[in-house]
Ligand binder design. Structure first.
Ligand SMILES: [Zn+2]
Length: 155
């Protein structure tokens, strides 16, 4: 598969999603191919971008504002796909983080992060944005943790 390089992204900032305006995260052809059917990958040209907006129906897009929707992509992550794991490489779900918070020890979160660090580069393909999931896992954990702390204080 030899993909056409449509045009250079001549501005320094990443392009915005044509649907919701969120700044795109550039993904490699390998990442795109891991989440989209071969017939659909050819509908975008390089470079292609991931829209990280939680509820936007666009998964990938290119500089010509052509898109591949969430419905046409697979193996996505929460919150884009509410039933998908937070971290596809380790299979950590939001509910696992909630269990950790209830138990008061970040056992599952810690295990997932250790696993992701060990796997290092291979996380990129499992994750639809091509980035390691550790940041997203930690962010979710911290947000839920401070959320529950606020709830406890106000009780
Ligand atoms: Zn979007």
């Amino acid at each position: 598969m030899n993909k056409a390089f449509c045009r250079e992204n001549d501005s320094l900032a990443p392009p915005s999603c044509p649907e919701c305006g969120t700044l795109g995260m550039q993904v490699s052809t390998e990442t795109l191919a891991a989440h989209v059917n071969p017939s659909d990958t050819d509908t975008l040209c390089e470079p292609s971008y991931w829209c990280s907006h939680a509820t936007c129906q666009v998964a990938y897009f290119d500089l010509l504002e052509r898109t591949i929707t969430v419905a046409k992509a697979h193996h996505l992550i929460w919150p884009k796909d509410p039933s998908a794991p937070l971290c596809p490489c380790t299979g950590l779900f939001c509910v696992d983080v909630e269990t950790d918070l209830q138990e008061g020890t970040p056992l599952r979160v810690r295990r997932a992060i250790e696993h992701a660090e060990k796997k290092n580069g291979s996380c990129g393909l499992a994750s639809p944005d091509g980035r390691a999931c550790t940041a997203a896992v930690l962010q979710y954990y911290m947000r839920r943790q401070s959320g529950s702390a606020i709830r406890q204080r106000s009780q």
